[in-house]
Ligand binder design. Structure first.
Ligand SMILES: [Zn+2]
Length: 334
């Protein structure tokens, strides 16, 4: 392991812990204000020159960390981001995602972040000063104070901010608002339900199908508009019955669900059915072996009722990359 050193964070210029990474050469940064991210060396100058934009980028990175997503890796604008790195993006893409100038939008985002830090009813969320201001989409103590005061005035928080270490508790009305905000309409998330694990040799490789087919298809759909959709593969979070509610919440937050039926996992059918019941569109995928009982000896077979629906049959990840963007385009174009 290369040694960790203290350097200025290229985004916010505060002291941060940094470690050199190779392939591609760059740095891994752990910053108390921007959280964790990586950048390839060629993107460093661009990040350092962000000037006025860095506050929004920092808030976006912190919001993503509150959702337990990351670390992201930054490439210079105009560079080709490797297709198998779903959490990599150029500085230009990062700025277009994070750029949110309107005050109401900032208040919405701040409330959502508070709800992610304290999921239980009545939980007190305490903010570190000043490292946590980006979570409130604030650049200064005054802005943070304003945000908390405004959220209280709108009756989304139980108490007004008081004292030098601010805290927040979401009110019942605030939780209703959070649910509205996370509803399907505003979401850029595409939930991916599929079998996990390493494939046996010669068997359908669902891991490669995600990495080289599904993820790049979602990240770069052939959409005319600028929005960028993000895959939410369910195995990014530890899978147990205890977090089942959390999985359902993530489905409710999604604009669409991509359900790969390869290996016939019951949870995939369950998650896709749940989404359909909530009016969230489902795109079906399945390895082509499962349509021909002679081709697979384990007896996997795409279930009859699902076979009525249109389904992308794939042999290689490239088949998915070729067809999925068209389905996404049809569903996600406003
Ligand atoms: Zn920083």
């Amino acid at each position: 392991m290369p040694p960790e050193r203290i350097e200025k964070c290229p985004i916010c210029r505060a002291d941060s812990k940094q470690v050199v990474i190779g392939e591609p050469a760059g740095m891994k940064v752990e910053c108390e204000r921007c959280y964790r991210f990586e950048y390839v060396a060629r993107a460093e100058l661009e990040l350092r020159e962000l000037c006025n934009d860095f506050h929004d980028l920092r808030s976006w990175l912190r919001s993503e960390s509150a959702r337990q997503r990351g670390p992201y890796r930054f490439y210079p604008s105009g560079a080709t981001v490797p297709a198998d790195e779903p959490l990599s993006l150029t500085v230009e893409q990062a700025l277009s995602i994070s750029n949110m100038p309107s005050i109401p939008e900032r208040l919405n985002r701040a409330l959502t972040n508070i709800s992610r830090l304290g999921r239980r009813a009545g939980e007190v969320v305490q903010f570190k000063v000043p490292e946590d201001w980006p979570l409130l989409y604030a650049r200064s103590e005054e802005e943070a104070h304003y945000t908390l005061t405004a959220l209280h005035a709108m009756e989304y928080l139980t108490d007004p901010p008081a004292g030098s270490i601010p805290r927040a508790v979401i009110s019942p009305k605030g939780w209703e608002r959070v649910e509205d905000l996370e509803s399907v309409a505003g979401s850029k998330q595409v939930f991916v339900a599929m079998a996990l694990g390493e494939p046996d040799p010669g068997k359908p490789d669902t891991k490669a199908a995600f990495k080289h087919g599904i993820a790049p298809a979602i990240l770069r759909p052939k959409l005319g508009h600028r929005s960028r959709f993000e895959p939410f593969p369910v195995w990014e979070k530890p899978h147990s019955n205890k977090i089942c509610e959390e999985i359902l919440l993530e489905i409710r937050r999604s604009r669409a669900v991509v359900a790969d039926l390869t290996y016939q996992r019951p949870n995939v059918y369950f998650e896709a059915g749940y989404a359909k019941g909530r009016g969230i569109p489902v795109i079906w995928l399945c390895h082509e072996d499962h349509f021909d009982s002679k081709k697979n000896d384990e007896g996997y077979y795409a279930h009859f009722d699902v076979r009525q629906h249109q389904c992308i049959q794939w042999r290689e990840p490239e088949d998915i990359l070729e067809q999925l963007p068209n389905y996404l385009e049809a569903i996600l174009t406003p």
